[in-house]
Every structure is written in C-alpha cells, then in structure tokens.
Write a protein that binds this ligand. Sequence first.
Ligand SMILES: [Zn+2]
Length: 162
Amino acid sequence: MPRAAKKAAPKKAPAKKAAAKKPASTEFKNFEPYKPKRGEKYMSEKQQEHFRSILKNWKSELMQEVDRTVSHMKDEAANFPDPADRATQEEEFSLELRTRDRERKLIKKIDSTLELIDQDDYGYCEACGIEIGIQRLEARPTATQCIDCKTLAEIKERQEMG
Ligand SMILES: [Zn+2]
C-alpha cells in the first residue's frame, strides 16, 4: 500500500533534521585554556602555537560540517513527488545553503587569522594597537579588535544603519 510507504518516510526525518539544524560552529570550545607563565611575554611562541592549533582544529571542524551539508543535500535531493514536500525541502535547502555560506566565510576569516600569526601580527587590535588579550582571543579566536574598539565599531554601525 503506497500510503503506508509514504507515511513511513517522514518518520525517519526528525533525526536527520536535527542534525541539519545544528548551528554552524561559530564558537570553538574544544581546547584547554592557556595558562601563561609568570612574566611570560604576550604572544610568545607558545601562545601563538596555542592559537594556531585552536584555529586549525576549528577550521577542520567547519570543513567537515560543510562536507556533511553537501552530502546531506545530495542524499535528499529530489526525492519528493509531492509539491508540498518539495517546498519544505527547498526551504530546508536554502537554510542549509545559508549555513554553508556562513561556514565558508568563517573558514576564510580563520585562514586570514592564521596568516596574522605567521606575520607576528596576531593578538593586537587593528584599530588602536593594544593587546587584545588571551581570554578574549580564546572566546573569539578570530578577533582583530580589542573589546573597546569593537564596541565602538558596533555602535557606529548601528547608527549608520538606523
Ligand atoms: Zn582597540
């Protein structure tokens, strides 16, 4: 009976949907916080290495997510004869495409941050030049501004938009 077969399909969906809805890793927490030695120089080689490894692990996690999105979409593409089902699927796909786009941008940002480390420029505010700080960088490894400059930039941005 085709009806039964049709009913069986959506039952499987929730698990997959949950996986697809998992937000992009805009945060990366999978590391031990760095404890600098007393008197250790800011952005010592060891600190640079610490952030380099955070950024690299984060990047590979994101790239796996991109791969998963692509294969998920390939698996599910064009399997619904019902227009209503197709509409739902298209909505889901566009959501996934946006997620993928965000992930791609983040990967680019991570790459440019890794370059900053190579150039010994990592960890300093690009606007005022002060140290961004280990704690802030661990919370936002791709941060290029100190908290003050970032806050100011966000206020300006809001004023320009509003
Ligand atoms: Zn600053």
